[in-house]
Design a protein around this ligand. Structure first.
Ligand SMILES: Cc1ncc(C[n+]2csc(CCOP(=O)(O)OP(=O)(O)O)c2C)c(N)n1
Ligand code: SF4
Ligand SMILES: [Mg+2]
Length: 288
């Protein structure tokens, strides 16, 4: 951990914001030799505009569709300057990662730039008022899914298994030690890293601000959010689901699921079980 907090206190994020918590943990783990960038999103609050920024490190406000292209450029420039000790960290939401920035992310991974991409997944376009993204869970209310989202969330982690990532992981604010360990691994990886962090957003998901960590814990314990990593071609599951039925408690805490149907709940749990079964099979392989 760095000795000083590399993200200012008193940012104008919502009370109980998971994104700010993730950003603080990530930047303080990476340390001051880091350059960061955010796209338009809630994370842009951290980067700020004009003369003010919350980061205690160099930061760039990028466009939504091309943060990974900016990161590629910064990474190559640092390489030319011989600054191999500087981390390049992209910090984007699900909209900027799963949807609008996906092409650029895929290109950066394919070229293998040394950069760490953190996706904090709050499952919607929150900064523009809570519109659905491809990461939104089925059945969830958003401004553009007033009767609940009909489609399943995109499984970006499995999609990226087929891209040449030097390090890949999922993480959660329910297990900060695990998150920080993964960030450290990503900083040492020789190539592109991707860490996908669950970000229960009390404002958009409609639960009390003091329940952010409780909601994150229920997601992990219920198996709706699986913690695993892929390193040197090998998959490791880091935390086993405790009880699939906790998925119902997880959803009951959140107003966004007030219109979800029983069959959608069953389908979501079945999909989570299936993802877990696939992960366990992949874990058996020596190299993927
Ligand atoms: C190309 C482009 N399309 C749309 C927008 C408008 N826009 C700004 S922030 C944002 C939401 C981004 O959502 P996400 O990446 O999930 O981050 P969050 O706001 O949830 O933190 C959108 C759609 C934009 N700035 N650029
Ligand atoms: S909308 Fe959600 S992610 Fe955005 S600042 Fe508020 S709590 Fe954080
Ligand atoms: Mg989002």
């Amino acid at each position: 951990m760095s000795k000083v907090d590399l993200l200012s206190k008193g940012m104008t994020t919502c009370e109980g914001c998971p994104m700010e918590l993730i950003a603080r943990a990530v930047v303080n783990t990476l340390g001051s030799d880091t350059v960061t960038m955010t796209p338009p999103s809630c994370a842009a609050i951290l980067t700020g505009s004009g003369d003010e920024t919350g980061w205690g490190i160099p930061s760039i406000q990028t466009m939504l569709m091309s943060l990974p292209a900016y990161a590629s450029g910064v990474s190559e420039a640092l390489k030319i300057q011989g600054k191999s000790n500087v981390n390049v960290m992209g910090f984007a939401g699900d909209g900027g990662t799963f949807d609008i920035g996906l092409q650029s992310l895929s290109g950066a991974i394919e070229r293998g730039h040394k950069a760490i991409f953190i996706c904090y997944n709050n499952e919607a376009y929150m900064n523009t008022g809570n519109q659905r993204s491809s990461a939104t869970t089925m059945g969830a209310w958003t401004k553009t899914t007033p009767t609940g989202k009909k489609e399943s969330s995109k499984n970006i982690d499995f999609m990226l298994l087929h891209q040449p990532l030097a390090y890949q992981a999922t993480a959660s604010i329910a297990n900060m030690k695990d998150l920080k360990r993964k960030v450290e691994k990503a900083s040492k990886a020789d190539g592109t890293s991707f860490i996908h962090v669950h970000a229960p957003c009390n404002t958009g998901w409609k639960f009390p601000a003091d329940k952010t960590i409780s909601v994150a814990k229920l997601a992990v314990q219920s198996g709706l959010w699986l913690l695993w990593e892929k390193e040197n071609g090998k998959i490791n599951v880091n935390q086993r689901p405790k009880d699939w039925n906790l998925a119902k408690d997880y959803m009951k805490l959140q107003g966004r699921f007030s219109k979800i149907t029983d069959s959608q709940v069953d389908e979501i749990i079945e999909q989570a079980k299936q993802r877990y079964r696939v992960l366990l099979k992949l874990e058996e392989l020596e190299c993927l």
